[in-house]
Ligand binder design. Structure first.
Ligand SMILES: [Zn+2]
Ligand SMILES: [Zn+2]
Length: 91
């Protein structure tokens, strides 16, 4: 179980989903732990399976990523606009 937050760009409506520590087992019964990381190099958000995947940005492959980020750090990759929180939900 975990929390999913959905953000929307104020300018163009582009949406991003952010998972907060979603734990479980995949179809093969292996454990996983999804978490969302912010890339300090390209400002991309990557949802990474910290058990099975390498800890790096899925867009630019940088290892300069952090869990410690704020909404104001987020920029829309389409138009550069700011995001707002539109939905919170359980998985
Ligand atoms: Zn946008
Ligand atoms: Zn990156």
């Amino acid at each position: 179980m975990g929390l999913i937050k959905t953000y929307r760009c104020k300018k163009c409506g582009n949406q991003k989903q952010v998972k907060l520590a979603v734990e479980g087992n995949n179809t093969e019964g292996k454990p996983y732990l999804h978490d969302t990381f912010f890339c300090k190099d390209c400002s991309n958000l990557s949802i990474i399976d910290v058990v099975n995947e390498k800890m790096r940005c899925k867009k630019c492959m940088s290892k300069n990523i952090t869990k410690d980020w704020n909404l104001k750090d987020l920029r829309c990759d389409k138009c550069g606009g700011e995001f707002e929180l539109i939905q919170k939900g359980e998985t």
